[in-house]
Write a protein of this length. Structure first.
Length: 66
C-alpha cells in the first residue's frame, strides 16, 4: 500500500498527518474545527468543522378548542 506523501516537504507516512483543535471555542469551550496538517512542515490538508450551530427543537403542541 502506498504511503501518503506531503506535497510541500515530501515527507512520507500516515503518522506525519496530524490534527489539532482550533483556538476558537464555542460558549461551551468546544473547538469549532479541527486542522489536519503535516507535522513536518505545517502544510494544511483540510479544515473539518467540529462545532455546528443548530436550532433548538421544541415540541409542537396542539390544544383542543373549547
Amino acid at each position: 500500500m502506498a504511503e501518503p506523501t506531503c506535497p510541500n516537504c515530501q515527507i512520507a507516512g500516515v503518522e506525519h498527518i496530524v490534527s489539532k483543535d482550533s483556538a476558537e471555542r464555542s460558549k461551551t469551550k468546544q473547538p469549532w474545527f479541527l486542522i489536519v496538517h503535516c507535522d513536518g512542515c505545517g502544510h494544511v490538508y483540510d479544515i473539518i468543522a467540529k462545532h455546528t450551530f443548530s436550532q433548538p427543537v421544541t415540541p409542537r403542541l396542539t390544544l383542543p378548542r373549547l
